[in-house]
Design a protein around this ligand. Structure first.
Ligand code: SF4
Ligand code: SF4
Length: 60
């Protein structure tokens, strides 16, 4: 489980990075989520100004 960044929509604004309690997000041009650290708490989705730039991904 993790949250995925939609590369085509992310603006690289950085608002998601400081709100992640697991420090799983790095913004370098665009946001990147470290799947190993993401607990899918979904806090970051509430801070992203772009609808769909961060998406919950369900595996299996
Ligand atoms: S879902 Fe939670 S743990 Fe995962 S990247 Fe977003 S804020 Fe961080
Ligand atoms: S808050 Fe949204 S648009 Fe901004 S860097 Fe994070 S994923 Fe990209």
């Amino acid at each position: 489980m993790s949250v995925k960044v939609n590369d085509n929509l992310c603006l690289g604004c950085g608002q998601c990075e400081p709100v992640c309690p697991e420090k799983a997000i790095m913004v370098w041009g665009i946001a990147r989520v470290n799947d190993k650290d993401c607990t899918e708490c979904l806090i970051c989705l509430g801070y992203c100004p772009v609808k769909g730039a961060l998406e919950e991904v369900r595996n299996g």
